[in-house]
Write a protein that binds this ligand. Structure first.
Ligand code: LIP
Length: 266
C-alpha cells in the first residue's frame, strides 16, 4: 500500500472536499445542536458527527489498515500500516453553528506515536467550504493553494497581523488576555477567527504573519502544522508544564520573537 506523502495528500484533499460539501449542505438546511462538551460554549452539532463519520468511512474504505483519531470519536484506533488520520470534521464549530463562514474540514496523516509532540505529519488538507478554498501539503512536497505554492510572510514596518484565540472556559481568559497584552507591541492588529486550522492555513499562505493560541486540541493543528512548515515557516508547542499548551506559528523571525515574549523574555 503506497504511503508516499503525496498519495496520502491526494486522498486527504479528495475526502476533504466531499466532507466540506456535506458540511455546507447541512449548514444551508439548518444546523442542530447535538450536545455540549467541556462547557455550554463548547458545542458539537449533528453535522460534526455526520461529517466525521463520512471521513472515517472513506478513509477506512481506501486504507483499511490505517488508524483514526477524530475530534468526535474519542480515542485513536490502532494502525496496522503505521499511518493514523487526525481529523477535525468541522473546525470552527461555533462559527459554523452561528452562520459565520470561517469554518473548515481538517485532515492530516501522521506516522509514529499518536502524540503531537512525537508524531511526524506526512500529509495535510484543510478545506474551507464557504470560501471554496483548499490548502494542502505533503511532507517534502511543499504547501499549495489554488495551484500556487504557499510561502509564509515576513512582517513589514507597520507590525505583524497576528491570529489568536481563546478557550471556552472563562477561568482561562485573564491569563490568555495577559499574553495578548504582552504580544501587542509586535502587532499592527489581531484577528480572532475561531478556527485554528484556518488560522494556520492563512499563516502558510502569508495572509497572517503569525498565530498563537493556548489549549488547542491535536486535531485543531495537525494538518495546519504541516501547511506552515512546508510553506517555510516554524510551528512549535510551548508551556508543556501547563494543562493548556501554547501553539505558535509564523515565519522564523516572528515565531522566535513570539516564543521569547510568551516565555517571559523581554
Ligand atoms: C476551535 C479552534 C479555535 C479555538 C476554539 C475551538 P473547534 O475548535 O479551532 O482556534 O479558538 O476555541 O477550540 O471546537 O471549533 O473544533
Amino acid at each position: 500500500m503506497a504511503d508516499a506523502p503525496h498519495d496520502l495528500t491526494d486522498l486527504a484533499t479528495e475526502i476533504a472536499r466531499e466532507a466540506g460539501a456535506l458540511a455546507r449542505r447541512r449548514r444551508t438546511e439548518g444546523v442542530s445542536l447535538a450536545a455540549t462538551k467541556s462547557s455550554l460554549a463548547d458545542i458539537v452539532t449533528e453535522a460534526d458527527r455526520e461529517v466525521e463519520e463520512l471521513i472515517r468511512a472513506r478513509l477506512a474504505a481506501a486504507r483499511p489498515g490505517d488508524g483514526f483519531f477524530g475530534e468526535e470519536s474519542g480515542a485513536a484506533s490502532g494502525s496496522a500500516s503505521g499511518v493514523t488520520w487526525v481529523v477535525d470534521p468541522i473546525d470552527g464549530t461555533v462559527n459554523y453553528a452561528s452562520g459565520i463562514p470561517a469554518y473548515c474540514v481538517s485532515i492530516a496523516a501522521v506516522t509514529g506515536p499518536v502524540d503531537p509532540d512525537a508524531w511526524e505529519v506526512q500529509a495535510a488538507a484543510v478545506y474551507a467550504p464557504a470560501l471554496d478554498e483548499l490548502f494542502e501539503a505533503s511532507r517534502g512536497g511543499g504547501a499549495w493553494t489554488g495551484g500556487e505554492r504557499m510561502r509564509v510572510s515576513a512582517p513589514g514596518g507597520a507590525g505583524a497581523l497576528i491570529g489568536t484565540g481563546f478557550g471556552y472556559d472563562p477561568a482561562t481568559h485573564e491569563g490568555d488576555l495577559a499574553t495578548v497584552r504582552a504580544v501587542m507591541p509586535l502587532a499592527r492588529d489581531l484577528r480572532r477567527m475561531g478556527a485554528a486550522a484556518l488560522d494556520l492555513a492563512f499563516v502558510a499562505a502569508g495572509r497572517l504573519d503569525a498565530y498563537f493560541e493556548r489549549g488547542l486540541q491535536p486535531w485543531d493543528f495537525a494538518a495546519g502544522s504541516l501547511l506552515v512548515t512546508e510553506a517555510g515557516g516554524r510551528f512549535s508547542r510551548m508551556e508543556h508544564d501547563r494543562p493548556r499548551k501554547m501553539t505558535v506559528a509564523g515565519g522564523s523571525a516572528i515565531h522566535d520573537e513570539l516564543t521569547k515574549i510568551i516565555a517571559g523574555g523581554d
